[in-house]
Design a protein around this ligand. Sequence first.
Ligand code: ARG
Length: 545
Amino acid sequence: MREILEEKLKEIFKEKDFKLEKAPEERGDYASGIAFRVAKEEKRDPKEVAKELKEKIGENTFFQTEVAGGFLNFSLTEEALWKEFFKLLKEKEDYGKKKGGKKAVIDYSSPNVAKSFGVGHLRSTIIGQSLYNIYDFLGWDVAGINHLGDWGTQYGKLIYQIKKEEKDPEKLSIKELEELYVRFHKDEEKYPELKEEGRKWFSKLEKGDPEARRIWEICKNKSLEEFDKIYKELEIEIDHTIGESFYEDKLSEVIKETKRKGVAKESKGALIIEFDDMPPAMILKSDGGTTYFTRDLAAIWHRIKEFSPDLIIYEIGADQSLHMKQLFAATEMLGWKKSTELIHVAHGMFRLKEGKFSTRKGKTVHLKEVLELAKEKAEEIIENSMTAGDLSSEEKKEIARIVGIGAVKYNDLKRYYKRDVLFDWEQVMQLKGDSGPYLQYACLRCKSVLEKGGKYEVKEEGLEKEERRVVKKIVRFKEVTEMAATSFSPNIIAEYAYDLAREYNVFYDNLPILGNEKRMAITEGVFIVLKRCLYLLTISLPSKM
Ligand code: ARG
């Protein structure tokens, strides 16, 4: 609706980039401060200008204009609301969907092999997948890439430790692999020469030594199996898994290009790229080894060549901000960037509310434990629900999975990505507040009303206050998804969905719905939009709750 209104006003005001704000609720739907700007330019009173503009806009069936102070406030007419609402009822699931957009690559999830999948990677996975769903829905051609951490000196260290402790890699669990790695680092503190041993094994790995390769391969496959289980549980599938090792045979070409273009230079036996306003990035270490940065450089080169994207999104924690800035700057210096926009969606850190779910000091929180606990808590909710009696234990388990996982996902997505996540189980699982289960429940409530009410036929008629409020919220859906995409912020969709669900619940509590065609239609509208929002937030809907 905002877009349509903006278009209309653009013509009247003869302003190419005219944009509307959301108005304070009691004032109308949208607002503009354009009169203030014009008044300043022409040294006049903004109120006078606003009045003049209102005259210019004149009367129409789409919206009403009010002047308040120097602001212009616009309220959509019922006629306009109905027009858009009918569109939704006709297009149903396709409402808001677009076609023929640009191309995007999204780098997300990207855990490290031989380590467990931490909650940090969970953030990246969930936010990344949500961005994927949003861009895809808006018609973009999206390629998701899992930039698996499967290469680097750490794997030399791991292999060294496996050999030293004479372990059979086939028999090691991910946890044991992680512990081996930790032991190496402990020993290394005492015996710094061990670093050299790790480096040697990585060098062997790079040169294709069969034993090093065999061990690396086993560890990698084990991790992938483990990660796949997690992705399955999260119902997330990433288009391409292209790990760091993939770029192994492309690194030398990329390194050559950095030299040829005079972007990299030698320094104390290493090869580095210098920047005006940042510390240098290392491309080759003095021992000739490549780095995380080198592989990211190769990856961006490969992505631009392979996908010709208009946009590349990196969904990675804020702790890698410097690395990303260096990477983007280097890409620019190398002349690769051209028209590709590069974005680092730098998410905040994950914290546990103290005492609620803390692990022993220093231990990273394991995602698996979080998900298990979420499912257990969801099972409690279901056990206590009214439908519990009609459900088989199989059904309960499946519902608990969907509710538990949905709760964890929503908890992450409801916050602006830059903010840290404070993980508090009570908040995550609450049925009454701003939570995943609350939204799932609201959506199922609409569904059950629709099932009870059966077929209906709706025509345009006057809207009562509660009805108008819900319809107004419903027709904001398109602008919300657009905003979420352009600001890389799924939380905008989460906030909107929560708001809509709450508004519907007021409507549901105050007005009889069954037998009233108009209210049935509104219920269907809410159902369609809420379900779509949940999908954009990567959250599924259970069959019952
Ligand atoms: N594996 C890295 C880590 O866990 C994240 C990789 C993110 N993607 C990238 N292109 N650097 O820290």
